[in-house]
Design a protein around this ligand. Structure first.
Ligand SMILES: Cc1cc2nc3c(=O)[nH]c(=O)nc-3n(C[C@H](O)[C@H](O)[C@H](O)COP(=O)(O)OP(=O)(O)OC[C@H]3O[C@@H](n4cnc5c(N)ncnc54)[C@H](O)[C@@H]3O)c2cc1C
Length: 160
């Protein structure tokens, strides 16, 4: 069986591990828009606070993909799915065929469409890359406004 998984968040990697456990000979291809190895997304707030580096957020060892014998297509985005021909298209125009496809692409922040939305220094916080962008500006920032948030992340940033 030829499996393709879109996304290397917790859902994607848990699925890859489960498929490998159930079927040692399955072909598994994992396409991930982010080039970082799997990491703990909720803990990116600790990176923003300077308590952790991006490397410390890893939730699997560096050889995870090799150990699982899967083909990792990192830093590439699926741009199209053709269910009739059972292929996904990658943003470098490559086509990857599948018998089974798992879409584990999570969610992206919905950009605000309000006056001023394209001003400089407006950040979203979902990925390591978002935090890296914020960290580059924070040193020279004098005022910050936080919109939204909830739960664990919200309580942490209010105390930061
Ligand atoms: C700051 C923060 C704090 C959080 N705190 C908590 C918490 O305390 N408790 C809790 O339960 N949850 C929390 N969450 C939410 C939690 O992180 C998500 O529910 C979880 O990450 C979802 O996992 P996932 O694998 O479904 O998706 P994701 O982690 O979003 O992973 C999906 C992956 O798919 C990739 N992808 C998307 N589209 C494509 C494409 N077209 N092609 C290739 N790859 C693609 C993305 O780049 C991403 O890496 C928090 C999230 C954030 C950002």
């Amino acid at each position: 069986m030829n499996h393709v998984i879109i996304g290397n968040g917790i859902a994607g990697i848990q699925a890859a591990e489960t498929i490998r456990n159930l079927d040692p000979s399955a072909s598994i291809t994992l396409v991930a828009a982010e080039s970082h190895p799997p990491y703990c997304r909720p803990m990116i707030s600790l990176m923003l606070e300077g308590q952790m580096s991006s490397k410390m957020l890893a939730i699997r060892n560096p050889h995870f993909y090799e150990d699982l014998h899967l083909q990792a297509v990192s830093g590439k985005r699926v741009t199209d799915i053709d269910v009739d021909s059972r292929t996904v298209k990658i943003n470098d125009d490559r086509l990857i065929s599948f018998d089974r496809l798992l879409i584990a692409s999570g969610a992206d922040p919905r950009p605000l469409k309000i006056p001023g939305h394209s001003l400089n220094n407006i950040f979203y916080m979902r990925t390591i890359s978002h935090v890296e962008q914020m960290l580059m500006e924070i040193a020279s920032a004098r005022h910050a406004l936080v919109l939204g948030g909830g739960g664990w992340w919200d309580s942490r940033r209010r105390t930061a």
